[in-house]
Design a protein around this ligand. Structure first.
Ligand SMILES: [Zn+2]
Length: 259
């Protein structure tokens, strides 16, 4: 039996831990301390570290985790500087974790240029996506290095994965993202329902994640950039209709940056 658990870190990060009550893998450990505590409480042995991109809040815990488990692999994007990386990856590659679990590597530039995501098509928990700071629930990462067109393409690629895919993103930004989504689509009932649900979860200090791609297609303006309601909203805000789905995405991202 596999468990998928978001270990909270910093003020709003999650370090995803996948384990079978013996062996564990973690994704984007920006801090070591909360991971070490979680592993110790459950007597788990760390078997490997997966990294999506180079930002400090995703990599700063790697060295301390390696000090505690020196021999484990650290997978990360080959064209970014990742401390302790032992295996350099690029989009299109595959590898296997314990449990015979296949992971596919997807290149998803935009937030950073080398950003990768990990997709497990056939985990015992259903399809799993670890997408770092690319796709958030009802939002997406800021464009620090890539272009809007790159991020739009990356999100659309992630959006084509199976609808039941569990979306394991790295930040608890869902409430703020839904408020923006509601500004873009005030009449979208799915957004209103999700906001109610997430407010309830957050009041109990529970994570709003993982999400699913099926849900994201209903509530995420950045995936919905080419939907009629989103285009109409942008047109009335800007006075001109976006010229393409990528243009619509770019205008949404700009709007969100100033929201
Ligand atoms: Zn980042």
């Amino acid at each position: 039996m596999l468990t998928l658990h978001p270990v909270p870190a910093f003020s709003d990060n999650y370090i995803w831990c996948l384990h079978d009550d013996q062996s564990a893998y973690v994704v984007d450990p920006g801090e070591a301390e909360p991971v070490l505590r979680y592993l110790k409480e459950r007597s788990l042995r760390l078997k490997g570290i997966l990294v999506t991109h180079h930002h400090f809040d995703h990599v700063s815990g790697i060295e301390a985790l390696l000090a505690a488990s020196p021999e484990i692999p650290v997978w990360g994007p080959g064209n970014e500087t990742i401390p302790g990386r032992t295996l350099s990856l690029k989009g299109g590659e595959q590898f296997e974790l314990d449990w015979g679990m296949q992971l596919q590597v997807l290149a998803v530039p935009g937030h950073t240029l080398g950003h990768i995501a990990y997709f497990a098509p056939e985990s015992p928990l259903g399809p799993l996506l670890f997408c770092g700071d690319t796709l958030f629930s009802s939002g997406c990462g800021r464009l620090f290095e890539g272009t809007p067109a790159q991020m739009h393409e990356s999100l659309q690629r992630l959006g084509q994965l199976p609808p039941e895919t569990l979306v394991c993103c790295t930040h608890e930004y869902t409430t703020a993202n839904l408020k923006f989504a509601q500004a873009v689509e005030p009449d979208n009932r799915d957004i209103a329902e999700r906001l109610d649900e997430v407010r309830g979860l957050r009041e109990q200090n529970l994570p709003s994640l993982p999400s699913s791609l099926a849900l994201e297609w209903k509530v995420n303006p950045f995936l919905r950039a080419n939907e009629g309601a989103v285009l109409a909203s942008l047109t009335s805000k800007l006075g001109t209709r976006p010229t393409s789905a990528a243009d619509s995405f770019a205008k949404l991202r700009q709007w969100k940056d100033n929201f």
